[in-house]
Structure formats: C-alpha cells, structure tokens
Design a protein around this ligand. Sequence first.
Ligand code: FE
Ligand code: FE
Ligand code: ZN
Length: 273
Amino acid sequence: MRYLGCHLSAASGFAAAVDTAKSIGANTFAFFTRNPRGSKAKAEDAADAALAMDKLGNYGFGPLVAHGAYTMNLCTADADARAFAADILADDLRRMAALPGNLYNFHPGSHVGQGEEAGIGYIVDALKKAIAPGYPVTVLLETMAGKGSEIGGSFESLRAIIDGVGSNDIGVCLDTCHVYDAGYDIVNDLEGVLQEFDRVIGLHWLKALHLNDSKNPFASHKDRHECIGKGSLGLETFRAIVNHPALQGLPMILETPNELAGYQKEIELLNSL
Ligand code: FE
Ligand code: FE
Ligand code: ZN
C-alpha cells in the first residue's frame, strides 16, 4: 500500500483535516501539534479526535505523522528553556494519545555548542520522561540536514538516541531533503543509503518519510525544501523511493512549498510514478 499525504492545518479539528486530506487524494497527512514557531496548542476535543479515528479507519488511511514545534529544542543550553521544551514534549505526547496508533515526529534538537554527546543525553532524558510504558503512539526522530549544531544529521546520532531511550515506542522519520543535504546520496545511490541506514540504525526502525526535493546541492547542510522534481533530487529519485520494496506501507508526507491545490497535483504525480 502507498500512503501519500501532506502537511495540513488541524485548526478546524482532526476530523475536518481527515476529510480535507481525502478530498485531495491523500490517505495520510501531517499536522503541527501546536504553533510550529511558538508553543501555543489549541484546546483538546476528545469527540473530534474520536470522530477522526473513525474516519481514518473507514477511509483506510495509513498512520498520521504529527509534527512537534520547531521551537522545541530538548538540548538547548539554558536549563530552564530545556525543561520547558521537555514539558512541551510530554504535553504533546499526552495529547497525541487521543489518536492511538499514529505517529509523532520531531526534530531532535540543536546542541548549540555543548557538543553532540551532551545534546543526545538531554534528548534521551526528555524522551525517557515523556514516554510511559504501553504508550499508544510511536515517537519518531527526524533525520536532519546537519545545519549548525543540529543533532540527527548522521544516522549514528539517531542510533545513539534510540539506544539511550531503550524503548520500542520510538522510530525514525527519513526526510529526503534533509538526508541529501546531510550528505547521504539518495540521488545516485538510494540502495547504498538504505543499506547504510539498515547497518547503523536498522530499517525496522524506519516508520515514515518526508518527501521533499531540495533547493540546494548535495551535502550542503542547508535544509530548504523544493517542490517534487524541481530541485537537486529530481523526479527519478522519487520514482525510486515510492516504488522501493523496503519503503512500502510507510506514510510519505509532502512538506513542499505548496498550497492545497499544489499538494493535490504532487500526490497525483507521485501516484503516477
Ligand atoms: Fe521536520
Ligand atoms: Fe521534514
Ligand atoms: Zn526541512
């Protein structure tokens, strides 16, 4: 099964977002759990979440891939800011439990000069505190472009977080723009990169993908998303990805610079490959 979707607003509720996704030919989607550039979250609505769960089942959707706020840096240098970020993570996970069986993805964080090892330690601490045993949502670490002091630009750093947390309720979301910008050549050697992912992390930890072309060249460590087929990855790379046997059944989310109509066209394009 191929699950394709895009980022959608959940401002009018999850159930409405499921219908919007269906209307553009998507069978999964992503949404921000709170203001992506701030920390404010909307009021919880259990009836809406239950209705959304019904619709997801009835429509045969794949898992949703929620996204944590960009501002949530679990390994920032200031202890108070770090504790605030950890509280935000815990609150996000508590809220996400209303949508059991789905996925929650976030950016591991930037260590801002403290070093990767210290940063990974803080991320692990926050995750251990936030994930209770039997938690119904899988928490995903996103592969990052390695911009500045970003953690997650190497498969090894994600492996270290997974090992540190020691839970099965965790996984990885592979962002195509980010890994290419980070120096994993999925254009010329997708097979080799997936083998490397398998060797370092293990492919069974891969639970979702973000499908984005890149505005920048290989290994640029930049992180600027481009529309599918219009950047340095190119359409053939996406043809290989959406048809790769190891990636079947994983939700694939577009985070390209588009409005709804543009996303609909990209989903049609990817489905035609
Ligand atoms: Fe992201
Ligand atoms: Fe992403
Ligand atoms: Zn990005």
